[in-house]
Each structure stands twice: as structure tokens, then as C-alpha cells.
Design a protein around this ligand. Structure first.
Ligand code: SAH
Ligand code: SF4
Length: 376
């Protein structure tokens, strides 16, 4: 039944405006509704949540639209308090993961683009579950709104309770257009949850347009990072359209054979084509790319591997993000330990002048690897 209803989170501000014109309502009400959705983060179109909408507007909204708020099925905090993970329920009963992270004093939402994933990376919990369906733009936007709302709620609680919790840090001053004046706000989005965002290109870009709107969540170009397994046509399209976002490309290996063993879709988009697309992207946009490398002990973490990736990325504006493997039930591998990861980084820095980070493995106790909560 609800499938026929218009999901308000599917609409850009302009589309919402057009809808109000079609309904013969004043654009003033469209602007008000937009503010309720993305500044007040309203959870429904009820009179309590949106008191300044006229009765006739509310009646129409209630009859013909839905607000695609995603209910929480499971919520877990990591022991260190830096990661809060949500399993959210979609209208058709499927589930996706959304993660709230506060690693550097900033709130980042890690959001999903699909239910499952068709790319089949062997070490990835989402890959192990297979592909179910794409998410709609509204389902992607709803995840960001969920995190923004959660941040605002804890921020208010913090003021009341006075106890410190990393996720509740309100020390940062809100920026302009901040939703919820209590303090903390959603600052960054990473499309690194479940799914391959460039396999769901149109919906993801539509959602990003909504998230970027400067009169809404205002997550600008420097605030959104999209991670891809290496979907070559998608990377080229991003370059051509000069999409304002940061791009991360998951490499994991520097030779075609080693990569194909970890990333089956490498047979479709071979490493040399991925690298050619990355060159085009950086040249066209002037942007640096983040290259992700899941560190698996004895597989891709030797000094020779470090030199191979260094050579592969020579001449490219690049940063390497090393992610020690999060063990999953479907893959028999162990994470690289800290000293080997440090050595890997040292080689990249000294021999290739290549900056890198080792992603903190915070939240491991709540299975923070992508897709792992949905699997369990
Ligand atoms: N599909 C996209 C984005 C989602 S995965 C992509 O593959 O890039 C985000 C990152 O997490 C990718 O670099 C992916 O390889 C990595 N990842 C997935 N499962 C992991 C695991 N079990 N341990 C460590 N990193 C993992
Ligand atoms: Fe899909 Fe990314 Fe997981 Fe690979 S790592 S299976 S592309 S979600």
C-alpha cells in the first residue's frame, strides 16, 4: 500500500517545490516542510511535529506521502563508545546497517547503498550475503537523517545528564544552519556501509544532491566520501560529471591475479582499467583519490606488497587507507598486526612519499565490519 505513496525523503528541495505547485499550495509551505524535514529533523508530519503547516497541506501529505523514517531493529554501542551501530528496517522488511562514528571529535555517518552486494568480495560480510536490491534515494537520505537526529538527541541528553560519553561530545561549536542548537551535528558521510554505491549510481547521486543542499543537512563536497570496489564506468561518469565528493577506491592488491582472488568482480573490471579510470578521474577533477587496502595477514601485507602498491600509485595524487581485516564467519583470514601495518606505512612514506592511514579498529566488538550486524 505504502509503495504508492510519495516518500518525502526522495525529493530534492526543487522537486518538493514543484510538487507543491502541482498541488496548488504556496511554495512557502514547501519551504516550511523542507525545514521541518532537514533542519528540525521531524519524525512525522503530525501537527505536533510540524505545527506551522496548514490543515489542508497536512491532510494532503498524510493522504499521499510517507515520511520514510527507518525504525531501529537493533542498536549497539562499541565498548569504547566511539561507534554506534544501527540495524534499520526498511518498509519491505529488509534490513540495512548505518553506523554513527565519532573518531576525531566529528560525527560521521557510514551509510549503505544497497541491501546486500553483488560484488562478492571474499572477506566482506555484505559480499557473503549476496545481492538483494538497490536502495531508493529516500532510503539513503533517511539513514543520514537518522544519524543527525540521534546526534541531536544524545546532545540534548548530555546537557541533562552531565556524564561524558565519546558519542555525546558536545564540545564542538555548531556551524551555520545547524540542526538542533544543542551542539553536536552530523559532519561527514561515508558511503562505506552495505553495497556498492556505483552499482546504484542514479539513486546514490540523487540522495547526495539532497544531503548537500545548503538549506538542509548541508553536507558539502568535502564532507561526503564514496567508496567503490572499482566500477570503471561509474568512476568515469563521476569524473565526467565532476561530482563534488571524495572518491575512495578499494584496491586490496596491486596485481590482477592477487586482486581477482579477493575481489571477484576484478575479472569484469581488471586492475589496469581501474587504474586508467583513476588517472582520468584525478586528471579531470584535480582530486586526490583514497585507495583502500584491507590488510590480511600473509596475503597482502608484506614489504613487497607495500612496494607494489607504491609503484602502482606512482604519479597519482593518492592516499592509502589501510584497514586491518575485520574477521567474518565466511572468510578464513586474520588481520595484520600493528607492527606489520606500521612497517607497510613506513615503506609507503619513505620509499614512495605516499601518505597513508591505518584505520582504527574501533567498534570491533560490535562487529563493525560492513554487513556484519545484518548477517548475525
Ligand atoms: N562497496 C564499496 C563500499 C563498501 S565497503 C567498496 O567495496 O569499496 C567499504 C570498505 O570496507 C571497502 O574498502 C571494503 O573492502 C572494506 N571491507 C569490507 N569488509 C571488510 C572486512 N571484513 N574487513 C576490513 N575491511 C573490509
Ligand atoms: Fe560489496 Fe564493497 Fe563488500 Fe565488496 S567490499 S562485497 S563491493 S560491499
Amino acid at each position: 500500500m505504502s509503495a504508492a505513496l510519495l516518500n518525502l525523503y526522495d525529493l530534492t528541495r526543487e522537486q518538493l517545490h514543484q510538487q507543491f505547485v502541482r498541488w496548488d499550495f504556496s511554495p512557502v509551505h514547501a519551504a516550511r516542510l523542507w525545514n521541518y524535514l532537514y533542519l528540525e529533523l521531524a519524525g512525522s508530519c503530525s501537527e505536533a511535529a510540524m505545527p506551522e503547516l496548514p490543515k489542508k497541506v497536512r491532510a494532503r501529505l498524510l493522504a499521499e506521502t510517507t515520511l520514510g523514517v527507518l525504525p531501529v531493529a537493533i542498536e549497539q554501542d562499541s565498548a569504547d563508545g566511539f561507534t554506534r551501530k544501527y540495524l534499520l528496517r526498511l518498509a519491505d522488511g529488509e534490513h540495512i546497517e548505518t553506523v554513527l562514528m565519532r573518531f576525531t571529535g566529528r560525527v560521521t555517518a557510514c551509510i549503505s547503498s544497497q541491501v546486500g552486494c553483488a560484488m562478492g568480495c571474499v572477506f566482506c560480510a555484505t559480499g557473503q550475503m549476496g545481492y538483494t536490491r538497490h536502495l531508493s534515494p529516500g532510503e539513503i537520505v533517511a539513514q543520514a537523517v537518522h544519524v543527525a537526529r540521534a546526534v541531536r538527541t544524545v546532545s540534548k541528553l548530555k546537557t541533562a545528564s552531565g556524564t561524558y560519553h565519546p558519542l555525546d561530545d558536545t564540545s564542538r561549536k555548531p556551524g551555520p544552519g545547524v540542526a538542533g542548537a544543542a551542539g553536536a551535528r552530523l559532519r561527514n558521510i561515508v558511503l562505506m556501509g552495505m553495497g556498492e554505491p556505483l552499482h546504484n549510481y542514479d539513486a546514490v547521486m540523487h540522495a547526495i544532491d539532497i544531503l548537500r543542499d545548503s538549506s538542509g543537512l548541508a553536507l558539502g563536497a568535502e564532507r561526503i566520501t564514496l567508496s567503490t570496489v572499482g566500477v570503471v564506468p561509474g568512476i568515469l561518469r563521476l569524473a565526467q560529471e565532476k561530482r563534488p565528493l571524495h572518491l575512495a577506491v578499494s584496491l586490496h592488491a596491486a596485481t590482477q591475479a592477487e586482486r581477482a582472488a579477493l575481489v571477484p568482480v576484478a575479472t569484469k573490471w581488471p586492475l589496469d582499467e581501474v587504474m586508467a579510470a583513476c588517472h582520468t578521474y584525478s586528471k579531470t577533477t584535480g582530486r586526490r583519490i583514497f585507495y583502500e587496502w584491507t590488510l590480511i595477514e600473509g596475503k597482502n601485507d608484506s614489504p613487497e606488497h607495500a612496494r607494489a602498491v607504491g609503484a602502482l600509485l606512482r604519479g597519482l595524487p593518492a592516499q592509502v587507507n589501510l584497514i586491518p581485516l575485520n574477521p567474518t564467519t565466511g572468510y578464513d583470514g586474520t588481520p595484520t598486526h600493528g607492527t606489520a601495518a606500521k612497517h607497510f606505512q613506513h615503506i609507503l612514506a619513505t620509499e614512495f612519499k605516499l601518505p597513508s592511514t591505518v584505520r582504527q579498529r574501533r567498534g570491533l566488538d560490535i562487529a563493525a565490519g560492513c554487513g556484519q550486524l545484518a548477517v548475525s
